[in-house]
Design a protein around this ligand. Structure first.
Ligand SMILES: Nc1ncnc2c1ncn2[C@@H]1O[C@H](COP(=O)(O)OP(=O)(O)OP(=O)(O)O)[C@@H](O)[C@H]1O
Length: 249
């Protein structure tokens, strides 16, 4: 049986009078890609931000490996093994691919008492960056300025920057946005190779990709979960079909 690494129960987040997410529950299990899909404004990114600790929930609780992390700030969650990537690309374009990963690793492994020691010589961070680039299939581009990578390469680098912090749980917000077929294929293969060791939450609009890669899917509409299950049951769910057909109309 797979291990539940992160569990969120009855999460509600309001912005003024707007209920962006309403009593949403999700479990993230090692070895599994759990996609969260839904129409525009359904609350998917808000859910990711609450899980990552960027914004607090108004109600509900989040546990990671049995610990209640609901009130933990983002850096503490990151150190406990929670990694997130963003909808927009967040790399340092003038630094090398390796330097981007090293800085990410360092942010999770700060040694304030070693202030006189050059950060670039930190063995831990350099090794974490090497490993992350290897895992993400970017080792051959290590010395290239990050800004010169293709769009797909930059999104891969974002995942590598996440991996450099040694996460157990990956929260990925639209990692396929703007990608062509070949880049999408490469990213899906990467996610597939990562899921054995990680629990992955995937927010994504590309439905072909979602149905190809996911082990379970949660569907949100207007802040609420309307369905949860394996890809086959979601594909055949009449409420899901109505929600998506309604959007097309
Ligand atoms: N910081 C904020 N302040 C006020 N309202 C917000 C804020 N962030 C999100 N919202 C609102 O909360 C609702 C959910 O937004 P969210 O971005 O989570 O949806 P989403 O499902 O990720 O949408 P999309 O697929 O378009 O990215 C929307 O109505 C949005 O306008």
């Amino acid at each position: 049986m797979s291990t539940t690494l992160l569990s969120a129960k009855n999460i509600t987040r309001r912005f003024g009078g707007l209920v962006a997410i309403d009593r949403v529950s999700v479990d993230l299990n090692q070895g599994s890609v759990h996609a969260v899909i839904g129409t525009n404004g359904a609350g998917k990114s808000t859910l990711v931000s609450v899980l990552s600790g960027e914004i607090p929930p108004n109600e509900g609780n989040i546990t990671m490996l049995g610990k209640d992390i609901t009130r933990w700030p983002q850096p503490d969650r990151a150190r406990a093994g929670l990694g997130r990537s963003y909808q927009r690309t967040t790399i340092f374009p003038s630094l090398s691919v390796h330097e981007n990963c090293r800085i990410s690793a360092q942010s999770n492994h700060q040694k304030f008492w070693r202030w006189a020691f050059p950060a670039s010589k930190c063995t831990y961070s350099n090794e974490a960056a090497d490993r992350a680039l290897e895992l993400a299939g970017l080792a051959e581009f290590a010395d290239r300025p990050a800004g010169l990578l293709s769009h797909g390469g930059k999104r891969q680098l974002e995942i590598a920057m996440c991996l450099a912090t040694h996460p157990k749980v990956l929260l990925l917000d639209e990692p396929l946005a703007g990608m062509g077929a070949e880049e999408t294929d490469r990213m899906l293969n990467l996610l597939d190779s990562l899921k054995k060791e990680h629990a992955i939450l995937l927010v994504e609009h590309d439905m072909d990709a979602v149905f190809r890669i996911s082990d379970e899917i949660t569907v949100m509409v207007n802040g609420c979960v309307i369905a949860h299950g394996d890809p086959e049951s979601i594909r055949n769910n009449p409420d899901v079909q109505t929600a998506y057909l309604g959007e097309e109309e």
